[in-house]
Design a protein around this ligand. Structure first.
Ligand SMILES: Cc1ncc(COP(=O)(O)O)c(C=O)c1O
Length: 359
């Protein structure tokens, strides 16, 4: 605490990112939902050809080459795509662009258990928030989002940390019930599920879908997130970007991202592999008596049942395996386990067996 901090800095409760191992530390890292495999080999070719003199110039502001590739990939127009420095940044821009701030504003509706950056941004930008409890089975309470429309809606689908996906028909119900405000669907994990709200874009001008290359394209370190929405919403995003940082995506990131997105075969094969490992590990944990909802993401939300989740987390950590534990009501008996390579997951299962035996 410094006496020079202003009131906001004093009072804000920042987001706490998952633990990052120190360089050189031998750790199996299953705590931040990264992809365990290296990105498309074409990324290496781009990096080998980086044009250093070009770095003397500012990058193209709108990430045109990335927007064009995303537009091709998703079958939309480039004018419907916005890129930023990770989806965390595009979420921050969206909160500023579309949700009202101030004590008299109608609250933004979010699930009580979801991506923990939403309340942080709401607090940072003075957006009143109303948290809608998840149902007993951790699914999003669609009726509650429809009954009492307020100042907009934001949720992750599939949701984190629960790993559960809501059918597109339910997303549509929420859109229909909230026609006067933006409905933000955070699809950071949609590549690992079989559906996306993007199919609703032609019908709903208030739908904003965010995505990221962090999970599906093994590029968390590159920081490339995006929005797909109606052109008028994209224009709103650009107004905020150009009032904050006109060049959010650097020259190298733009080239790498465009190249990685264009390698469809790599993405398809990588996603298939992760989903296969996920389903195998889930059935292994079920065999051991754990409660593990069916995941539509690259992680499992898993409760050990017979041993407290925090104990398993601590013991795994002691064995060099990092998973995520949230000491929060309702989810404090669960671990969020990112899907690593098959070998990493086998090591984790072995460690879990040792823990069950008291070791
Ligand atoms: C639901 C959700 N949205 C957004 C993000 C942020 O992703 P990015 O790396 O694109 O900032 C995450 C990261 O874990 C996430 O879980």
């Amino acid at each position: 605490m410094s006496r020079f901090w202003n009131e906001k800095t004093r009072n804000i409760e920042p987001y706490v990112a998952g633990e990052q191992p120190k360089p050189g530390q031998k750790i199996i890292k299953l705590n931040t939902n990264e992809n365990p495999y290296p990105a498309s080999p074409k990324v290496r070719e781009v990096l080998d050809q980086v044009d250093v003199p070009l770095l003397a110039r500012y990058p193209e502001t709108s990430s045109r080459i990335v927007r064009e590739e995303l537009a091709k990939y998703y079958g939309v127009r480039p004018e419907q795509v916005f890129c930023g420095n990770g989806s965390d940044e595009v979420l921050a821009f969206a909160f500023q662009a579309f949700f009202e701030s101030g004590e008299d504003a109608k609250p933004l509706l979010v699930p009580d258990i979801s991506y923990s950056f939403y309340p942080v941004y709401a607090s940072l930008y003075n957006i009143p928030l109303k948290k809608i409890p998840l149902k007993e089975d951790f699914s999003i309470d669609v009726d509650a989002f429809c009954e009492d429309p307020q100042g907009g809606v934001a949720f992750a689908n599939p949701n984190a940390p629960t790993s559960l996906a809501m059918p597109v028909s339910d997303v549509e119900r929420i859109l229909q019930a909230n026609p006067d405000h933006v409905v933000l669907v955070d699809e950071a994990y949609a590549a690992f599920s079989d559906q996306s709200a993007r199919v609703l874009l032609p019908k709903y001008k208030n739908l904003l879908v965010t995505g990221t290359l962090s999970k599906s394209h093994s590029l968390a370190g590159l920081r490339l997130g995006y929005v797909i929405a109606d052109e008028e919403l994209i224009e709103g995003m650009c107004r905020i970007r150009d009032s904050f940082n006109s060049y959010p995506v650097d020259q190298i990131a733009q080239k790498v991202a465009a190249t990685a997105i264009a390698d469809y075969d790599w993405v398809n094969e990588n996603t298939r592999k992760i989903c296969a490992t996920r389903d195998r590990v889930r059935s292994e944990l079920l065999k051991r008596g754990w409660n593990v909802p069916e995941s539509a993401t690259n992680f499992l939300f898993a409760s050990p049942i017979s041993t407290p989740a925090e104990t398993v987390y601590t013991k795994l950590r002691g064995k060099g395996i990092l998973v995520r534990y949230f000491n929060k009501p309702r989810i404090d008996q669960y671990l969020r386990i990112t899907i690593g390579t098959d070998a990493e997951m086998d090591t984790m299962l072995k460690a879990i067996d040792e823990i069950a035996e008291g070791n």
